[in-house]
Design a protein around this ligand. Structure first.
Ligand SMILES: [Zn+2]
Length: 101
């Protein structure tokens, strides 16, 4: 699981299949990510106090990281590899073209 917040991803499966969005929150320990506009569910909430009225609220649910693919600018949806750069730092690369992500 090498997705980070800010990554642009495409959804590969599920009801939002084909949709693209930006990872807003990465949950590496769960192997999940929250992607803007993806896996939105309606929550029916009760009013709690004056500042939080009840009603139907859109809520983003995490999606499994294996169900999304990061998008490479050159080749589209791809998988992420890791290599060491000249300073020994780990950089993420596109598995298809080898370019940095
Ligand atoms: Zn690429």
């Amino acid at each position: 699981m090498r997705l980070r917040s800010g990554d642009r991803v495409r959804v590969l499966t599920g009801k939002d299949k084909g949709r693209e969005g930006v990872v807003s929150i990465s949950l590496p320990r769960k192997g999940k990510v929250i992607v803007e506009g993806v896996n939105v569910v309606k929550r029916h909430t009760k009013p709690r106090d004056n500042s939080t009225p009840g009603g139907i609220v859109d809520k983003l649910m995490p999606v499994d990281a294996s169900n999304v693919a990061v998008i490479c600018k050159k080749c589209g949806p791809t998988r992420i590899g890791v290599r060491a750069d000249d300073f020994g730092k780990r950089v993420r690369v596109c598995k298809k073209c080898g370019g940095d992500l």
